[in-house]
Ligand binder design. Structure first.
Ligand code: HEC
Ligand code: HEC
Ligand code: HEC
Ligand code: HEC
Ligand code: HEC
Length: 304
């Protein structure tokens, strides 16, 4: 009897816990349209006070992380899922790309996520038509934005420790007081290489599938750090703030390649000696050129 009572108390507690969990996740807002999603994570309003950072970010690849990768995503959806694996397009499938290319889509409803997937197909397949251009224009609103990094992904490397991000909270390197502008919380995780590596490396989807657009993080960890390298991704890639230069930027590409040229000059007398003795001897000035190319980046070059 006592045991039974205890059990039922335990069950009641469990039920209460369960209800608590489900009601709080049900309360989590899910966007039904792209504009609703954009409003939930509105980067435009950051511009009012962080104009320079916003302009830098705008010029970076992070600001167009969906529209610059349409072909690959089209192939994943229209060829991979549809033709090769005969798998329906769901939010879980599209997140295998967008969790890194547009993290806000995590907060889209199932219906909207699938709609976004279909828009990606339309934007690529009907490129140049009014319908294709319209889809692309909508998709351009999705990217790796301010809040993708300063909220959604800020503590994601240690989700167990930090829990889910607080809506509206800005996680930053110092937790600098922003007066009434917004709440700020210091999170050193964002200054570490592991923060970048969650997207610039191997990815494990919810169903266990691994996905990888590049292997940069692998060579950063196994070659650069293993050989005593001590710089973080941020040290090298955020020297100019939020522009995040990479392989598309000639200045940083030049910086990444050390060029050392060694020239040894010598004289050269062509032809056999016998023949030469008869004719006028002619020394030809020659040189040996040794070129040493050094990789000064924190990983393989080129990537991909
Ligand atoms: C772990 C995070 C992550 C996931 C998941 C991911 N990507 Fe990427 N993707 C990246 C990063 C980071 C880059 C930039 C790589 C670089 O420039 O070195 C990239 C680059 C690309 C590019 C090249 C873009 C260009 O400008 O050249 C394409 C295409 C692409 N991804 C498609 C996809 C598709 C399709 C999926 C889903 C099947 C996907 N990605 C899943 C992180 C990811
Ligand atoms: C790809 C991820 C990423 C995106 C996108 C991003 N940030 Fe940051 N931001 C960082 C990181 C990492 C730091 C910390 C750099 C450090 O101190 O090592 C930082 C630092 C900052 C800081 C404090 C230091 C400084 O540079 O003034 C501000 C303010 C800031 N970000 C604002 C923004 C705004 C506004 C946007 C959107 C326009 C944005 N960030 C987009 C990653 C990002
Ligand atoms: C009304 C002005 C205002 C707006 C709007 C605003 N910020 Fe700030 N923010 C500040 C001030 C002031 C600070 C503190 C001083 C500084 O670092 O510039 C700050 C600091 C920060 C920091 C640094 C936190 C740290 O750890 O030191 C980040 C990151 C940041 N803001 C991101 C954002 C993002 C992302 C948005 C848009 C969602 C945004 N801010 C909108 C005024 C604003
Ligand atoms: C939410 C995922 C995400 C995070 C976090 C992230 N990135 Fe990216 N990054 C991307 C994607 C996706 C692209 C590719 C955009 C494209 O080409 O379409 C990219 C592009 C870049 C590029 C440009 C590559 C090129 O080919 O020119 C650089 C450099 C870069 N990221 C560095 C960083 C650094 C450094 C950090 C950490 C401070 C970081 N990123 C954090 C997703 C992310
Ligand atoms: C010691 C400095 C240094 C460190 C540390 C470093 N990088 Fe780089 N990275 C560079 C330079 C320089 C380039 C340009 C060379 C090139 O792409 O040819 C580059 C290129 C890139 C590119 C563009 C690759 C391409 O092929 O387009 C990405 C993305 C990138 N780095 C991300 C990262 C990430 C993520 C980390 C941390 C895990 C990191 N980097 C660590 C210096 C560094």
């Amino acid at each position: 009897m006592k045991i039974l009572q205890l059990l039922s108390i335990g069950q009641a507690l469990l039920v209460a816990l369960f209800l608590g969990v489900t009601s709080s996740s049900a309360a989590e807002k899910q966007a039904e349209t792209i504009d609703e999603l954009v409003a939930m994570f509105d980067d435009a309003k950051c511009m009012e006070c962080h104009e320079e950072t916003h302009n830098e970010w705008k010029s970076s690849w992070h600001s167009r992380a969906v529209v610059s990768s349409l072909k690959g995503m089209h192939n994943f959806i229209a060829i991979g899922l549809k033709k090769e694996w005969n798998t329906p397009l769901t939010k879980a499938q599209i997140m295998k790309c967008l969790d890194c290319h547009a993290p806000t889509v995590k907060y889209a409803s199932e219906k909207l996520a699938v709609e976004i997937g279909n828009m990606i197909v339309t934007a690529h397949k009907m490129k140049g038509t009014a319908e294709g251009d319209k889809a692309k224009k909508e998709l351009a609103k999705l990217n790796v934005g301010c809040l993708s990094c300063h909220n959604i992904k800020a503590g994601a490397v240690a989700r167990g420790l930090h829990g889910e991000p607080i809506p509206g909270m800005i996680y930053g390197p110092q937790g600098e007081d922003a007066d009434d502008a917004h709440e700020t919380e210091e999170l050193v995780d964002i200054t570490r290489a592991s923060f970048c590596m969650q997207c610039h490396g191997k990815y494990k989807a919810a169903d266990g599938e691994t996905i990888q657009c590049n292997t940069l993080s692998g060579s950063y960890q196994n070659t650069y750090i293993a050989q005593g390298g001590s710089k973080t991704c941020q040290d090298c890639h955020m020297k100019t703030g939020h522009t995040f230069p990479g392989g598309h930027d000639l200045d940083i590409v030049k910086e990444g390649l050390g060029l050392q040229v060694e020239i040894i000059s010598y004289g050269h007398l062509p032809g056999t000696l016998k023949k030469k003795l008869k004719e006028e001897k002619k020394w030809i000035p020659s040189a040996v050129v040794n070129v040493f190319i050094e990789n000064k980046t924190g990983h393989r070059v080129p990537d991909g």
